[in-house]
Structures are given as C-alpha cells and as structure tokens.
Design a protein around this ligand. Structure first.
Ligand SMILES: NC(=O)c1ccc[n+]([C@@H]2O[C@H](COP(=O)([O-])OP(=O)(O)OC[C@H]3O[C@@H](n4cnc5c(N)ncnc54)[C@H](OP(=O)(O)O)[C@@H]3O)[C@@H](O)[C@H]2O)c1
Length: 331
C-alpha cells in the first residue's frame, strides 16, 4: 500500500481517508448495517482516516462510525467536527450560503466543549484523533474557539486540532494559539479556490490539508462528460448551483476531457481526480466518500498512480482554476 501521510508534524494517516458523510443520505441512501460494514471495509483495506461531523444527519453519522469502530478503536484515526448547530434548544450565528439555506454556527467555549462530549458518546470512545471546528463563528474570535478546543487536548479528549472552511488569516491566528494539524476545505479540479488563500498559508505553516468533496461531490467521478447523469429529486446536490440546469450542462462539457484522459491512462476519472490532488503536495489527504465498498478500493488505488510532469501540465491546461460554473457554498 502507498506510503502514509502526515497531517501537521505528528498525525500519521493513510494517504486517502474515508468521508463518512456519504452514509448520511445527502447523495442517496444506504441501510444502516451496510453503512457500518462500509466503514469497516475502509479499515480492512488500510484506509484508517475516517471523517465525520456531529451535524451529519443530526448525530446519526457519528453513531455509525461509533458502531464500526467499537472493537477496532486502535485501528482508526477518527476525525469529527463541531460548530453547526443541529440540536433543539441550541443557537448560533446565522451564516448565509449561496445554496439557498443558512447555517447556524456556534464557536463559543461552552458550546464547543459540550459538543465534544456529545460526539464522544455517539462515537463510543473517550477521545477523537482530530477535532475540527466545522465553520468559523462570525460572532466569536477564532482565538477564543481554538482556546476552548485546546482545553479538550489538555483533557485528553482530542489528540489534534483542525479547522474547516476558514480563511488564511483565521488559520494564522488560530495556529498562534494552539498548533493546528489540519485544514479541511473544499478542493478538487472542480473547485480550486483553495489555491488562492488557505492552501498557501497551510503550506507555509506546515499544516496538513484535507480536501473535502475531492471528487467534486461526485461530479468528477460520474458527471464529467456524461450528459445522461441526473440527480434524484431529494438529492442534496440539487441545491448546489454547479449541478443545476445550464450550469450543469456546461460543466459536463467542460470536464469531458477528464474521462478521455483517464481512459488513456487506463484509470477511472475518480482515480485521476484524486491522483491530481495527491500530486499537489504530500501534506494533502483527500477524503472521498462512497456508499460502495469496491469504490473505496478504487479510490485508494489513486495513491499508486504516478502522473508525469507532462500529464500534470496537460491537466493544468484542460482544467484551469475557475473552469466550473456555479457558486460555491460560501465564497
Ligand atoms: N468540512 C466540510 O464543510 C465538508 C463539506 C462536505 C463534505 N465534507 C467531507 O468530505 C467528504 C467527501 O465529500 P463529498 O461526499 O461531499 O464528495 P466526494 O467525496 O467528492 O464525492 C462523493 C460522491 O462521489 C461518488 N463516488 C465516490 N467514489 C466514486 C468512484 N470511485 N466512482 C464513482 N463515483 C464515486 C459517491 O457516490 P456513491 O456513494 O454512489 O459511490 C458520492 O456521491 C464527506 O464525506 C465529508 O466527510 C466536509
């Protein structure tokens, strides 16, 4: 198996992780026992870095991870997140998104520490390996949120800290309070905004980088070049402008060469998209999600794909930053 990677200075993980949000029903359903088996399959084949969040299906996603690791805690590197308010009676700052809904975010000390206890209970464990703030709370300085998170490290409830969806400036400020092991941020050939601000700052500070939606939420693996693909009416991606109407049609055409290039290299489009990410930097650990165990193997095999300088230059020419049409969640 391909070499493991480091997030920050000390957290060693498999070269790709597994995004358990895929089991939360946003992009199609899966029966619970099969969901647990899917996570266990990831562990079986050496994908030990499992990504979840307390808000995914209101805590249920963490419970699935908890069931999967019940007798295998030592094998798993568990990452979870807090900050999106999902329980009755809790409040936060309203953060509008470009996808037709707003998020309620709470980054206060009390909320953070209470949220972690909830996560630990659902995950059936007394510590998480990596604990992220899911989004910055606009009403709470990042220093305060990370200061609270650092208390959880001191208490032995979290081994390492991470931040998601923050700016480069917020990362710098947070890192000065407590070392940040990893940034989680949307990044793929379908969405390259990370290259402008957060990725360079993460590199400079030696902070690991975990791309979310590394397959463009399935666009790069299934939609690029295939105009027959459609979404079910209740699929969450219907709210994503990049999957809507004319935008989708144009995106399908613009990314069609991905299929052709993958075929030439005798790999799948998913593997090409993931291999490109892995070639950007050895601190990058993508976390593709899938409900299908065989696809975890397919995605892991991307770590064995060697792209030449000529391939990388061709990819750059075909899929420059800004190629996809449609607003991202927050930017
Ligand atoms: N921090 C944040 O704000 C944030 C936001 C979003 C996501 N995340 C994290 O990032 C993880 C991944 O993101 P994501 O699930 O949005 O998107 P993704 O991993 O880019 O794509 C997932 C989609 O791709 C399909 N897929 C996966 N492997 C495939 C393959 N080899 N061939 C064809 N299709 C394949 C899956 O369908 P099937 O299930 O049918 O295989 C699923 O619909 C999530 O699970 C979550 O942990 C974090």
């Amino acid at each position: 198996m391909a070499a493991s990677r480091k997030l920050g200075r000390e957290l060693t993980v498999s070269p790709l992780g597994y995004g358990a949000m895929a089991l939360a029903g946003y992009y199609g359903g899966i029966e619970e026992d099969n969901a647990v088996k899917t996570i266990q399959h990831a562990l079986d084949i050496g994908v030990n870095f499992i990504d979840t969040a307390d808000a995914y299906s209101n805590g249920q996603n963490e419970q699935l991870v908890g069931r999967a690791i019940r007798d295998r805690r030592q094998e798993a590197i568990v990452a979870t997140k807090f900050g999106i308010v999902f329980e009755e009676g809790q409040s936060g700052s309203e953060v509008p998104t470009n996808w037709g809904f707003s998020l309620s975010i709470n980054g206060t000390k009390n909320y953070a520490l209470q949220a972690l206890d909830g996560s630990l209970k659902r995950l059936n464990t007394d510590y998480v390996d990596l604990w992220y703030a899911h989004y910055p709370d606009p009403a709470v300085p990042i220093e305060e949120t990370v200061g609270a998170m650092a208390e959880a490290v001191q208490a032995g409830k979290a081994r390492f800290l991470g931040l998601s969806n923050v700016t480069g400036d917020q990362l710098r400020r947070a890192h000065a309070v407590h070392p940040i092991a990893a940034i989680q941020y949307e990044y793929s050939l379908f969405q390259r905004n990370a290259e402008e601000d957060i990725l360079p700052v993460a590199r400079e500070l030696g902070v690991g980088f975990v791309p979310w939606s590394p397959l463009g939420a399935g666009f790069l693996s299934s939609f690029a070049g295939d105009s027959q693909q459609t979404l079910d009416a209740n699929d969450f991606r219907n709210s994503n402008p990049r999957f809507q109407g004319e935008n989708l049609k144009k995106n399908v055409d613009r990314f069609a060469p991905l299929q052709e290039m993958a075929a030439e290299l005798n790999i799948s489009p998913a593997q090409l998209a993931l291999a490109w990410l892995l070639h950007q930097d050895d601190t990058i650990v993508p976390i593709p999600g899938t409900r299908k165990p065989h696809r975890i193997e397919e995605n892991l095999a991307a770590a064995e794909v060697a792209l030449s300088a000529a391939h990388l230059a061709k990819i750059e020419e075909l899929f420059p930053a800004g190629l996809a049409i449609g607003k991202t969640l927050l930017a």
